[in-house]
Design a protein around this ligand. Sequence first.
Ligand SMILES: [Ca+2]
Length: 239
Amino acid sequence: MLNRARACLGAAAAVVLTAAASGAAVADAPTATIDVPDDFVAALSDTRATGHYELTEDGGLRVWTEGTTSTDKVAEYVATQTPLSAAGEPALDYAPTSGSTPPGFQLVVDFDGDGSPDGILVGEPTFYGSDWWLGNAAAAFVKSGAPVTGGGSGSTWHGTLDQWRAAFPDADVLAFGFSLGSGVKGDGVIQSITFAGTTYAFGVVVGSAAECKGGGWATSTAPTFRNQGDCVSAFARSR
Ligand SMILES: [Ca+2]
């Protein structure tokens, strides 16, 4: 059976970990599940009128836009509290169906460690390799402290994550996520998202025995349950 631990990662979101109780973990297999949409931080969501996401049956997240206008954007974030020094090399495992621009990886970063976000780092390995660029809305002190200033990336301020870590040793990641668009027409499946050494799949996670009731058991995808009793007893066993 499954052990489960709900880790509260901020007021707005929590990530439910599901891990096999027996047997060695497979290195590349997802080791946690992002609960969709509950783990997406509402205050950070930037999914617009013609941007969409939906769960796939195998634990992926299909993301797509309808055209190339300013409303064609799908972007969601999961709360965390992780030193940038421990974030590793975040990556999306993305399988495109159409479109040539994959979603970018996004890190909402508190660069000076005072608890408030100061800017977003964007990773687009398809275009810029291991270089991460700073969003234009970032605080001035982050721009002035950027490892590299100049062309060659998605904005004027950029560098590898190791360079960013060296420049801002106190930086914390407050949220991680993805963005497709705006103005980009695309369709594909994010099979998993890797951050700070954990690989996440996507699903609907029932968090308590109470949530099993009223049909809740049938909505759960990570794991799936045969019926309400199966769901309720899973929580009984885990206590
Ligand atoms: Ca800050």
